[in-house]
Write a protein that binds this ligand. Structure first.
Ligand code: GCV
Length: 863
């Protein structure tokens, strides 16, 4: 009873009431009981009264109560307790106490004027950046035998470190782990660990796949910001310390006074979680909303305008983190309009922010999307380096250049951006995409941590030294004080829209905190907290997560081809030619003879030369270029042999078949967990994986038949365009249905499908006669689930219905194509010679119940 009271009291200390709403518990902060939880004292004592420290104590109570069924907030240290406090608080409480193994990050040593005895906020040049120093976020957790060996101490320089420590302890307890005898001492590797949200004021989210904005609606900040606090809680649990809440596109209205007051409420909702608010700004704001005739960054009136605007922001949000800028990119205005550079623009903002301790994240995603596609020297990949490398050293100290991890745009595989090595006198942050814009938009399971880890570990060999990307971002390689990682998350009111996708948000935070963690370790941590601690569950989910990115790359765009998707549209389904013949510059240059973009110095765009010499030499030569980025750097004939002797064209075929097979394995692996994981989660993930397996076949068939036609070279293994058990809809006995040409042609089997026109009164059917062996089969129906209506389908054998379903999903695109081509499988159907198999389609609204084929196969092993 006493404990119950203690717990509910803790709610009174400031936790948001979230009954029935969107909560962090729906993600990994579930705090479920674990078998044999480590021995943690039930009493939680916070030595200080600061709001972040109190919040940390409350979170510990909540977590311990959930996991161990014990947990109470106490004011006095009586028996064993978990004791939280800052150094000052510990000193006061325990005379003679000393910090447990204080670690100073190496990067600080390079600044002679750093003094340990002077508070960070009073040090120059740290006055500007002191708030961002990792040292202020360090923590230690340990049992202190000299003081009270039963107790656990969580100590930190500042309150924020205490919060990180509390979450670290909870992570250990929730995972069924134990505190190591030597305790835990951690300091984040990088100061900037932010998410970027691409939320618009109207509540929509660019590239968001988890529902509408948690921040905005109808042009204003939402009244209910409880989900924002819950989001900040999730972010804090993995060490993320900043969140930029609005889209980098169309940002001008966010600087209007009423919006700023709303943003102040958002900042408040995140503050006790140590997550600072940042915002995107439009460089043309002085003109767009300020009434000035110009936004030329060097114009004195423009400078004054920005300074006043920044003052206004800090009056409302004293701990405001800073601005993110997208300029001269994809239609956004920028300094180029006045012949000025990104440094000119960034520095005006930086100077205004500097007085208040804010930073500018200036995005290097600056390129011309009207490139001449016929120009063999034109190359979008070159743009960031060409523009920003010459400006190295010209940015103010509180500017950080935010560079996408690859030179193009979050593709399934790109080489690492050479710009990381090209900015030695400029702070750099790496931008990654958590939302899966090009990676299956959360409908496909793709755990991205292995890709991020490869990027972080990539040795760029700047100045012929060991300069892995992670050390550049940490500031070690070039002695930069302000670097980090930014993850474009785009969470909505359903978080990321898919439970398994949350592993990516989790992994992003953990890698930004410690890039030396492995993706496997992170997968295990996440699974234990999100799904369950049963070793079989953990091993299976880890395996699935680790398989998912390689599989996706194989069935979408291998060999550095990039994701072969609809580049000018949905970025989702297959559309091999969409990237060609336009100015966007994501070209792969496939023709009858060969494929790949020549980026060599000798004969191509010269992009390869942007890398430090050792890598430039490696990429210049096809023979030394790793296979997985071969076609990013070289245009080669289809018969070109890869390192294992296989030809490029055969690799394309094999890779797509292998990838699709692996996608189907994911579902089979998950099926083994039935009864071992939460039933609702099981069914949700099962259905998603079944969809993914079907869509991977759409991808496979599209890319394979495209390259078969283009190259004219047969698949050695005879699979391309030979589909065992497939019966095309256009060859069936049709009633009402009319044959159509699908665009792009490769998105339908043999380029054709059937569609139910209005004159058929919306009721159509396609019928085939079974001419194979009698037996038990699975029948897959491949159809197009279009927006704008919920068409109905049923399948009948000899007039008897065996399944019926409604096509009511919301896939991209309003025309039948690879975005919406979907598979429905009926399992275990008995067929004998001459049986009539009929699919009936009932069109609705603008969904014409289009049908591609049926496929009759031996039953799947999973049943
Ligand atoms: C916010 C890609 C996306 C855009 C995005 C842009 C960017 O082009 O498709 O939606 O715009 O990147 O990163 O600015």
């Amino acid at each position: 009873m006493l404990k119950k009271i203690a717990f509910s009291l803790s709610i009174g200390f400031g936790l948001v009431s979230v009954a029935g709403g969107q909560t962090a518990d729906q993600a990994w902060l579930k705090y479920r009981p674990v078998n044999k939880a480590m021995d943690v004292p039930a009493r939680v004592v916070a030595l200080g009264r600061g709001p972040v420290e109190q919040n940390a104590a409350n979170e510990l109570v909540r977590g311990l109560h959930g996991i161990t069924r014990k947990g109470e907030l106490a004011r006095n240290i009586r028996s064993s307790s978990v004791i939280l406090g800052t150094y000052d608080e510990f000193k006061k409480k325990f005379p003679g106490w000393k910090p447990f193994g204080e670690v100073i990050p190496t990067v600080l040593y390079i600044h002679d004027d750093f003094r340990q005895d002077v508070p960070l906020s009073e040090q120059r040049p740290y006055q500007v950046m002191g708030r961002f120093l990792p040292i202020s976020e360090r923590f230690a957790i340990y049992r202190n035998p000299q003081l009270n060996s039963q107790s656990i101490f969580i100590e930190a320089r500042n309150e924020i470190g205490i919060l990180h420590g509390a979450f670290a302890l909870l992570r250990i307890v929730a995972s069924g782990g134990d505190l190591p005898p030597a305790g835990v001492r951690e300091i984040p590797a990088m100061p900037i660990r932010w998410t970027n949200e691409w939320d618009n004021a109207d509540g929509t989210i660019e590239r968001g796949y988890g529902g509408r904005s948690i921040f905005f609606e109808g042009g204003k900040v939402r009244d209910d910001l409880a989900p924002v606090s819950e989001y900040a809680r999730l972010l804090a649990s993995v060490g993320i310390n900043g969140c930029n809440v609005n889209n980098v596109n169309n940002a001008a209205p966010f600087l209007e006074p009423e919006m700023l007051r709303g943003l102040a409420r958002i900042a408040e909702a995140m503050r006790t979680w140590g997550v600072r608010l940042a915002m995107s700004v439009d460089i043309a704001s002085p003109q767009k909303i300020g009434g000035l005739a110009t936004y030329d960054p060097v114009d004195p009136a423009v400078k004054t305008w920005w300074a006043a605007k920044v003052d206004e922001i800090y009056k409302l949000i004293p701990d405001f983190a800073g601005f993110t800028v997208k300029a001269d990119s994809e239609g956004q205005p920028g300094p180029a309009s006045y012949g000025r550079t990104p440094a000119d623009a960034a520095n005006v903002l930086a100077n205004a922010l500097q007085l208040h301790g804010g930073v500018v994240l200036y995005r290097a995603f600056v390129y011309n999307h009207h490139l001449d596609w016929n120009d063999p020297k034109a190359d979008r990949a070159r743009a960031a380096y060409d523009i920003f490398h010459p400006l190295d050293g010209k940015f103010a100290p509180n500017v950080i250049v935010q560079v996408k991890e690859g030179p193009i745009d979050f593709q399934a595989r790109e080489p690492v951006s050479p710009l990381f090595a090209g900015l030695e006198q400029t702070n750099g942050a790496m931008e990654l995409q958590i939302t899966q814009e090009y990676l299956g938009q959360q409908r496909h399971l793709v755990y991205i941590a292995p890709m991020w880890k490869q990027v972080l570990d990539s040795a760029l060999r700047a100045d012929s030294r060991s300069t892995p990307v992670k050390e550049i971002l940490e500031g070690k390689s070039f002695h930069r004080p302000l670097g980090g990682m930014v993850g474009v998350a785009c969470v909505g009111r359903d978080w990321l829209g898919s439970p398994m996708a949350m592993a990516n948000l989790y992994a992003f935070g953990r890698l930004a905190w410690d890039p030396n963690l492995t993706p496997e370790q992170i997968a295990d941590e996440w699974t234990k907290q999100m799904i369950g601690t049963d070793p079989e569950v953990v091993a299976t989910v880890r395996k699935m997560l680790m398989q998912s990115w390689p599989a996706y790359e194989r069935y979408t765009g291998p060999l550095g081809l990039q994701t072969l998707t609809d580049i000018t549209g949905s970025h989702y389904g297959p559309n091999v030619e969409a990237s060609e013949n336009n100015g966007w510059g994501q070209w792969h240059r496939a023709d009858h003879e060969g494929v790949g973009m020549d980026r060599t110095v000798a004969t191509g765009t010269g992009y390869a030369s942007q890398y430090p010499p050792e890598l430039a030499k490696m990429y210049e030569n096809a023979a030394t270029t790793p296979d997985d980025v071969l076609l990013f750097f070289h245009h080669v004939p289809y018969t070109y042999k890869l390192h294992d002797g296989k030809t490029v064209i055969q690799y394309i075929y094999d890779s797509h078949y292998q990838g699709a097979e692996e996608a189907s394995e994911l579902g089979k692996e998950w099926a083994t967990l039935k009864g071992k994981v939460d039933a609702k989660l099981f069914e949700d993930v099962r259905a998603r994986l079944e969809y993914q397996a079907g869509h991977a076949i759409v991808w496979r068939d599209a890319v394979v038949q495209y390259f078969l036609k283009l190259s004219g070279i047969l698949d050695e293994r005879g699979r391309a365009r030979n589909y065992a058990g497939r019966l095309e809809a256009e060859d069936a006995k049709l009633s009402g249905y009319k044959a159509i040409d699908v665009q792009p042609w490769e998105d339908a089997s043999r380029g054709k499908a059937v569609s139910c026109p209005q004159e058929a009164q919306n009721a159509c059917s396609a019928e085939w006669t079974w001419s194979g062996q009698p037996g038990r089969f699975d029948i897959a129906v491949q159809y197009f689930d279009l927006q704008g209506g919920a068409a109905k389908y049923s399948i009948l054998v000899n007039g008897k219905s065996i399944a019926a379903w409604t096509a009511d999903d919301h896939f991209p695109s309003r025309r039948p194509n690879g975005d919406n081509s979907t598979r429905y499988t009926v399992r275990g159907v008995d067929l004998k010679l001459g049986d009539a198999i009929r699919v009936e389609g009932r069109a609705e609204g603008s969904d014409p119940a289009a049908l591609d084929y049926i496929e009759i196969k031996a039953p799947d092993a999973r049943d």
